[in-house]
Design a protein around this ligand. Structure first.
Ligand SMILES: Cc1ncc(C[n+]2csc(CCOP(=O)(O)OP(=O)(O)O)c2C)c(N)n1
Ligand SMILES: [Mg+2]
Length: 390
């Protein structure tokens, strides 16, 4: 699959712009938006991005999205029950995450934000491991090098810099793998992201910047982040940008595959803007009814990524009732495993906070560790004194 940018993407177009833009408009309903599956579950074609999946692969994408949604729902419930301190839900963004995650190869390296539970799933990170940090029992929960899936990053946009630097290293090593960096619409306003774009562009680094434009940065709408569609920003840095229907798993898979191939083949970075919607709250501490309308949420509910793929599967006769029942059973088993697993996570000792701060240790951390140990020991002395009846 070759990569051609959409109208404003920056790479030279092979065919007439007007013809392509007009075709895109006729087929997907919105100019510049790559779509292969309409909200009603009808297959449409796109001149630049094609995909041909087997029935088994299509069912696999459906399974991925349903299990991810179930896991996410379970995590929200666990937070409400006091088992997690916080949860950032991916509800509505399943196609953006599963489609892009399934486009990666095992040797690619992924840098997530804090919401990429679906991408983690595609990288074979045990969902249970995602919950440790949100329960407060560890500072990450998995070995990033085991699945080439970096730890969740809360400092908005900073992982795009890590990704650009990592990709520069990949290029120096002469490897043909690519790097995929996730960030949000709000993060696109961060200086870190601008710096990451600049470095990636001038060093021709093999990195795909994947923006999940879920329309909101907590309570700030996308209009407060940019006067142009986010994908168009890439042109100013000198690399292609493309906007894809983020609720269409097929289009996201096709576009991300092409973008990763573009990066891997030495053509430098690309920006993918997955146009989607955060159906839930920003996190479990947020109340979106205070800043957005129910009509808006309902409108996006009608574009649901899972219902869309199911409509397609049913329309084409690619899945039967047994398949759906099997997925329900699997979902229940996953939910049970997650609930039990979370409740049984061991609490860390108080000194564990000093572990894993620096890979090679640090004298400052050593000093702080010693001070804290002394502080904890002072309670034992107090206890001993109290025990003597003073
Ligand atoms: C540097 C920094 N500034 C502010 C915050 C607080 N904060 C956490 S999430 C968030 C909004 C991010 O929005 P977006 O990038 O669109 O991602 P989304 O949460 O919508 O997936 C903000 C401002 C932070 N974590 N880091
Ligand atoms: Mg956002």
């Amino acid at each position: 699959m070759s990569v051609k940018s959409t109208a404003d993407g920056g790479a030279p177009a092979k065919r007439g712009r007007t013809t392509r833009a007009a075709a895109a408009k006729r087929r997907s309903g919105e100019p510049g938006l790559v779509q292969l599956l309409t909200p009603q579950g009808e297959r449409v074609e796109h001149d630049d991005y094609a995909i041909d999946l087997t029935a088994e692969e299509l069912r696999g994408l459906y399974r991925d999205m349903v299990l991810t949604r179930r896991f996410d729902g379970e995590a929200i419930t666990l937070q409400r029950q006091g088992e997690l301190g916080l949860w950032a839900s991916l509800l509505g963004q399943e196609a953006a995450q599963i489609g892009s995650g399934r486009a990666t190869r095992p040797d690619d390296y992924v840098f997530p934000t804090y919401r990429e539970h679906g991408v983690a799933w595609t990288r074979d990170v045990d969902p249970l491991n995602l919950l440790g940090m949100f329960r407060g029992v560890n500072n990450g929960g998995w070995d990033p090098n085991e699945n080439n899936f970096h730890l969740y990053t809360i400092v908005i946009g900073s992982q795009t810099l890590h990704a650009a630097g990592y990709a520069m290293g990949v290029a120096k090593d002469g490897a043909d793998s690519a790097v995929l960096a996730y960030f949000g619409d709000g993060a696109s306003s961060q200086g870190d992201v601008a710096e990451a774009f600049t470095f990636a562009a001038v060093y021709n680094a093999p990195v795909v910047f994947f923006c999940q434009n879920n329309q909101w940065a907590i309570s700030e709408p996308t209009e407060k982040q940019s006067r142009v569609p986010i994908y168009q920003r890439a042109a100013g840095y000198g690399f292609p940008g493309v906007r894809v229907d983020g609720n269409d798993v097929l289009a996201v898979l096709a576009v991300t595959r092409a973008a990763l191939e573009h990066a891997r083949s030495g053509q430098g970075p690309m920006l993918v803007e997955a146009f989607t919607y955060r159906m839930g709250a920003h996190t479990t501490t947020d109340d979106p009814t205070r800043y957005r309308s129910e009509e808006e949420r309902e409108e996006w509910a009608s574009k649901d990524p899972i219902a869309r793929l199911r409509a397609y599967l049913d329309r084409e006769g690619l899945a039967d009732e047994d398949f759906y029942t099997g997925i329900d059973t699997e979902s229940d088993a996953l939910a049970k495993r997650v609930r039990e697993g979370v409740r049984n996570m061991p609490n860390p000792g108080p000194m564990a906070i000093f572990d894993n701060v620096y890979a090679d240790g640090s004298s400052l951390v050593d000093e702080e560790r010693a001070q804290f140990a002394e502080y904890l020991a002072s309670f034992e002395e107090d206890g001993a004194t109290a025990g003597q009846g003073h």
